[in-house]
Design a binder for this molecule. Structure first.
Ligand code: NAG
Ligand code: NAG
Ligand code: NAG
Ligand code: NAG
Ligand code: NAG
Ligand code: NAG
Ligand code: NAG
Ligand code: NAG
Ligand code: NAG
Length: 648
């Protein structure tokens, strides 16, 4: 080989070396130990250098994924993804050898034990996801060392303790996901330094103290979720500066009242949900000028006054929830926007004639005096009689029992009880009445992140255990906000209310899919009988029957059983929008009937307080004064109860 040839050889060797530098041996050793620790060898058999060019495990889409930076004389591992592979066991110490990591995604596994403080050594990290795992212990203060972080997630875990103030050092953060993490206590003032935040999910934690004013200085914020905490109102007026907000969900505030004045300049909003926030005062007209607003949920508040006529002018509004407020006045078609597909005005002092002829609009007007032809077209008209305690709603009445196979078809149980069909598809705001007019069901709310998902019913083919009536539990109703069953035309007296549950949407397997928590409240006749109820916890697993029994009195023909989501539980395990109440069946009987006594059968029919209105459909008693009175009482009671420090 001549000089020239030799030179080419040297160049060729240099090129190979340049193109394929060796990986830092400590890192090669560490990554192999990590792979073995998490039993991933069968998915990723690294028999060669982890940083070889064009490795099959290097592209964005690979999982597990290892990618490297070879721009130096040695290669370093910079990206590690082990996502939704159900790896279990703790975080191994070898991980902290990979100090050049910029992107670590360990989301959706069942990694347990605590996050080791050595996480603070990975100071080049920009993207860190530990979301949906089984991590416990404290959130380490050392996370505050990762000052290059742009995105941090430790949502849906089982941490204890409070948010470390050191997280306030993460001043580059754009995204912070800490919902359902198990944390409690005050939100540290140091977090006011996170001025670059665009997305903050912090719902379903036991945070205490006032809703932080400093959030109003995060002027790049687009998404804020703070539902189901123990935070106190009011909503600070500083939030009026968050003009880039597109999705704002605050809920379940206690203490002081809030107003809606802060919304004036929040013109980017497309989702606004302020459920159960003690919002008082009138609905501002100018809300209707928000050009992109599609979902507006202001239910379970203390709003007063009329629905402004400007509400007809919403440019984009599709879902409007104003239920359980103190709104009054006439609701006329002039107020209803033509793009609306769901309208809930239930439990308000509203009246008026809504002769809309809009089959595309689902409505819930229970507990108002609104005359609604959409309901008259369906079976629901008779309910409006019965919900106000009319004796004329059926010749069968007064009755002493009703039974419903929620979300399913007619079933006769092993002990001979006939559970009625309840398989009608409900809309995002609707009222449905049983064929026998003994009960009705209303649902209000939309699964915001998944509006076309499960249509308020779920179903399984799996066997259900702990019962002779497996079929009864293979279907259930679910709801994103509020689901109510009303027993109608019941004689006065003491009743036993059996609520039948079996979790069929969430899993209890040793997989990330088994990490979901469904948590909701139940009210019977306005009294909260279950708070933070978790079917899987009480039944001992998924697809296991749990029956809860309560006593309740009927004095005015109606039994009101309300399943209510108070913002608690995980949002998205195993699917988007897996949260809120679930119920499989309901069986209600008068107690005196159970032990054969005729004592309770005096059958007082409730007071008829309606006013009659003639209309095309015939005589229709439509006023629900009794209901308005009770709603008010219930709203007050709810506010009182959420005020109490017993939460937690
Ligand atoms: C990994 O690859 C090596 C060489 O390609 C092979 O000998 C070994 O059996 C593989 N191990 C597994 C667990 O697949
Ligand atoms: C890697 O892929 C690129 C483009 O596909 C190709 O040019 C190159 O030769 C490949 N390198 C190796 C070592 O296979
Ligand atoms: C973590 O999980 C592993 C394997 O699943 C188990 O052996 C270990 O006991 C668990 N550790 C803790 C602290 O729960
Ligand atoms: C924080 O990061 C620095 C490097 O930037 C490192 O030297 C130090 O050990 C880290 N501290 C902790 C507590 O991990
Ligand atoms: C991080 O935050 C803590 C507490 O807020 C503070 O005392 C500390 O000086 C900060 N560290 C750095 C490196 O900024
Ligand atoms: C909205 O913006 C105007 C003009 O900048 C300002 O005067 C007003 O105070 C803002 N309103 C709110 C509620 O922040
Ligand atoms: C999570 O950890 C707890 C113990 O802390 C254990 O009981 C539970 O089974 C684990 N969950 C899964 C899905 O492995
Ligand atoms: C039902 O009424 C009885 C008698 O008036 C009363 O003692 C009981 O506390 C009431 N039960 C409920 C659940 O309100
Ligand atoms: C009927 O049974 C219930 C318990 O199931 C009991 O509390 C009640 O006193 C009984 N009533 C009569 C009249 O025996």
């Amino acid at each position: 080989m001549g000089f020239l040839g030799f030179s080419f050889f040297v160049l060729w060797v240099l090129e190979i070396v340049a193109a394929q530098p060796k990986t830092e041996p400590r890192e090669v050793d560490a990554i192999n130990k990590i792979i073995d620790h998490w039993k991933l060898r069968s998915k990723l058999n690294l028999s060669v250098d982890p940083c070889i060019q064009n490795a099959t495990w290097a592209p964005d889409t690979a999982n597990p994924r290892i990618a490297c930076d070879c721009s130096d004389t040695v290669c370093h591992i910079t990206h590690l993804k082990i996502y939704a592979l159900d790896v279990s066991g703790e975080i191994p110490q070898q991980l902290f050898v990979l100090t050049e990591l910029v992107d670590l995604n360990l989301g959706q596994n069942v990694i347990n034990d605590s996050i080791p403080p050595e996480i603070g050594q990975l100071s080049k990290m920009e993207y860190l996801s530990l979301g949906i795992n089984n991590l416990t212990g404290l959130v380490p203060a050392e996370l505050g060392n990762l000052t290059k972080l742009l995105s941090l997630s430790f949502s849906s875990n089982n941490f204890q303790g409070t948010l470390p103030p050191q997280l306030g050092n993460l001043t580059s953060l754009n995204q912070l996901y800490i919902d359902s993490s198990g944390l409690s206590g005050p939100i540290p003032e140091e977090l006011s330094n996170l001025k670059s935040l665009q997305t903050l999910w912090a719902s379903d934690n036991r945070f205490t103290g006032k809703l932080p004013k400093f959030l109003g200085t995060f002027t790049d914020l687009k998404v804020l979720r703070l539902e189901g905490t123990s935070l106190q109102g009011p909503i600070p007026s500083s939030y009026g500066s968050l003009t880039k907000l597109e999705d704002l969900r605050i809920g379940d505030l206690t203490a002081d009242d809030s107003s809606l004045a802060f919304l004036e300049n929040l013109t980017s909003l497309s989702i606004l949900s302020l459920r159960n926030c003690r919002i008082a005062g009138p609905l501002p007209e100018q809300v209707s000028t928000l050009p992109d607003l599609e979902i507006l949920d202001l239910s379970f508040n203390k709003l007063t006054g009329p629905i402004p006529t400007s509400f007809k002018n919403f440019a984009s509004l599709r879902y409007l929830y104003l239920g359980s407020n103190n709104l009054n006045g006439d609701l006329t078609p002039d107020v209803i926007n033509s793009k609306l597909i769901a309208l809930d005005v239930s439990f308000n002092s509203l009246s008026g004639n809504l002769l809309l002829h809009r089959k595309d609009l689902s409505m819930n007007v229970v507990g108002t005096s609104i005359n609604d032809n959409n309901l008259i077209n369906g079976k629901a008209s008779s309910i409006l009689h019965c919900l106000q305690g009319s004796s004329k709603c059926s010749t069968k009445f007064p009755s002493t029992s009703f039974s419903v196979n929620c979300g399913g078809t007619k079933q006769v149980s092993a002990d001979g009880i006939q559970y009625d069909d309840d398989s009608e598809m409900l809309g995002a705001a609707s009222l449905y009445s049983s064929a026998n007019s003994r009960w009705s069901v209303s649902s209000s709310g939309v699964f915001i992140s998944n509006p076309n998902g499960p249509r308020f019913m779920v179903q399984t083919d799996s066997q259900i255990t702990n019962t002779l009536d497996s079929e009864l539990y293979k279907t259930a109703r679910i709801a994103p906000s509020s689901l109510r069953y009303y027993g109608l035309g019941l004689g006065s007296g003491k009743y036993q209310v059996e609520l039948h549950f079996a979790e069929i949407q969430m899993d209890d397997s040793h997989s990330w899919k088994g990490l979901g928590r469904r948590i909701f409240d139940v009210y019977i006749q306005g009294d909260r009988v279950l708070q933070d109820f978790n079917i899987i916890n009480e039944a001992g697993g998924s697809k296991i029957v749990l029956i809860k029994s309560f006593e309740a009195n009927v004095t005015n023909t109606v039994m009101d059983i309300h399943f209510y989501w108070a913002g608690r539980g995980t949002c998205c395990i195993p699917f988007q929008s897996t949260f809120g109440p679930l119920v499989s069946a309901i069986h209600v009987t008068q107690v005196s009937e159970l032990n054969g006594s005729s004592k309770g059968k005096k059958k007082h029919v409730g007071r008829i307080l309606g006013i009659t209105i003639g209309c095309a459909a015939g005589l229709l008693i439509i006023s629900s004064i009794f209901y308005l009175w009770r709603t008010k009482k219930e709203t007050e009671r709810m506010l009182v109860l959420t005020d109490s420090p017993t939460k937690g």
